[in-house]
Structure formats: structure tokens, C-alpha cells
Write a protein that binds this ligand. Sequence first.
Ligand SMILES: Nc1ncnc2c1ncn2[C@@H]1O[C@H](COP(=O)(O)OP(=O)(O)O)[C@@H](O)[C@H]1O
Ligand SMILES: CC(=O)N[C@@H](CCC(=O)OP(=O)(O)O)C(=O)O
Length: 289
Amino acid sequence: MKKQDFMERDWAATAATLNYALPMLQRYDGATVVVKFGGNAMGDDEAMASFARDIVLMRLVGVNPVVVHGGGPMINEMLARQGIVSEFVRGKRVTDKATVEVVEAVLSGLVNKRIVQAINAQGGKAVGISGKDGNLMICDQTDPELGYVGTPVEMNTQVLHTLFAAEMIPVIAPIGVGRDGATLNINGDTAAGAIAASLNADRLLLLTDVAGVKDASGNVVTELTPEAVAQMTRDGVIAGGMIPKTETALAAIEGGVRAVVILDGRVPNACLLELYTQQGAGSMIRPPR
Ligand SMILES: Nc1ncnc2c1ncn2[C@@H]1O[C@H](COP(=O)(O)OP(=O)(O)O)[C@@H](O)[C@H]1O
Ligand SMILES: CC(=O)N[C@@H](CCC(=O)OP(=O)(O)O)C(=O)O
């Protein structure tokens, strides 16, 4: 929100909003919420600051937020400068040795530190790590066809619990390590799902650049069961970059996450809108109740 608009606010409405939010604030007190911040959801510095404020606020009201980020567009830009063009297979980048070096430099360096800095500038205590730190994500190679791409197979969450105990906010780059010590590129959604499952998270929020999962007519479906998602994938309605998201959602639910929400991260205060309003946002995937 611009400073001028903020100054002109109706303060009684602001107080009423906080009062109204009490039951929701209580509901998520002590909850673990994993937020996947996709490269396409990241905007300019103002949007980044707004995202950071949401995360700091969540921490302040008792949530353990974990940020797992992507950075696909930023990787593409750096690869283009080196004349490298990459191919995607079912939403995952085919990654050779030269590419994985660029992927790690961009994700663990530029993107991770931009988010850490944004959160810290809002008064949070963010710590940037990758799946290599504390052996957080030990991976197998996903598929020889994809090269240096990993699927997390062993999660060591001690580093995260240590940060939670100190009220710090983990910001995680989706880079893993193979048993042979190789650096592996993990799809950001896959990494977020594995982390959410390993923490038995209450919510996994996948922030992207579409309003949610769309049906064949292009309408966002607000509530989906795992069965409905499987059917939409078989029908080809769920395609491209949405495949790793919905695959992640199903695996995360199977792994013990209570609900997964796919929502538009470019909408101001997307995380707060989902957690702390009756209306919510995007598409929620959870087992039938
Ligand atoms: N059924 C669907 N509903 C919504 N988006 C879909 C669907 N099928 C494919 N997509 C595509 O998936 C994209 C989101 O994935 P992606 O671009 O990889 O996001 P991010 O960079 O945030 O991880 C959307 O922009 C859209 O083009
Ligand atoms: C294996 C694989 O595809 N890794 C991704 C990692 C970054 C990512 O997932 O970024 P977004 O969330 O912005 O798409 C990649 O190389 O682009």
C-alpha cells in the first residue's frame, strides 16, 4: 500500500479488521505454514516488501512460516546471458553440469538473499539456506533424462526446528545434494512439498501467477479433492507448470500436510488473504471431509 493511501485510511475500519481477524489469528497460532514463492509471483521491490510484511506478521502472531522460493525466470535470464537455452519436460528443467552451476548461483545467491533482505528490512529474522545446509534435502536423481535434477528422499529438519526455536524465518533455495555429493536442481514446488510433508505442516501455500487451478472453461476451482486433481490431469486440463504444483499438492497431502492452496502471489497480501479471511484465495486441495 502506498504511504498516501495508508494515511487516508479509515482507522476505525483498520481496528475493526484486526478485531474481526481474532478467531483466525487464534486458529493459526502455533501452526506451521510453508509458503512457496514462485519466480513468476515475485514482483518489484514494493511487492517484495509487501510479501515480506505478510511473512513477518505471520511470525509475530505465532505462525512458524517457512519460505521456499523458486526463481525460474531469473535462472532463464542468467542462462540467456551465457547463450544457454534450456528445455522443460513436464514442468522440470533439463539440467546439465553448466546449467546446475548457474541454477545454484542464481537461487542460493541472488534470489535467496533478495528475499532474506526484504524480510529483515521489515523487522523479521530471516536465515537463507539451501537443501544442502544441515543436509536438509538429500536427493536421488529424478530421471537420467533430466540430468542434474533431484527428488528429495531424505529430509533432515533439525536445522528448521533450531531456527523455529529462535523465532527465525527459514528461507530455502531448492537446491539439494545427492548421496555422491553432487549438486542437484530441485523444482521449487517439489522442494516446498517435501519440506511441508517433513514438518507435517498445517498449510502449504503455492504462490504463482494464476488465480488458481482452472477447469476446462478457464474458471478457477476453489475446492478440489485429490481425486478431482488426478482426473483433471488425465484430461490434460492441468498442464505445463501446473503439473509440478498439483503433483506436489497430492504428495504433500499423502505425506501429512492438512491442506494445500494454489493462489496468485501477485495479489497484494495473498498470504494474509488466504489465512486470515473467511473468503480465502485460490484453489484449496484437501481430502474430502
Ligand atoms: N489447469 C490449469 N490452471 C491454471 N494454470 C495452468 C493450468 N494448466 C497449466 N497452467 C499453467 O501453469 C502455470 C503456472 O506454473 P509456472 O509458470 O511454472 O509457475 P511458477 O513459476 O509460479 O512456479 C500457469 O501460468 C499456466 O500457464
Ligand atoms: C528442476 C527445476 O525445474 N528446477 C527449477 C528451480 C526453480 C523453480 O522451481 O522456479 P519457479 O518456482 O519460479 O518455477 C528451475 O530450474 O527452474
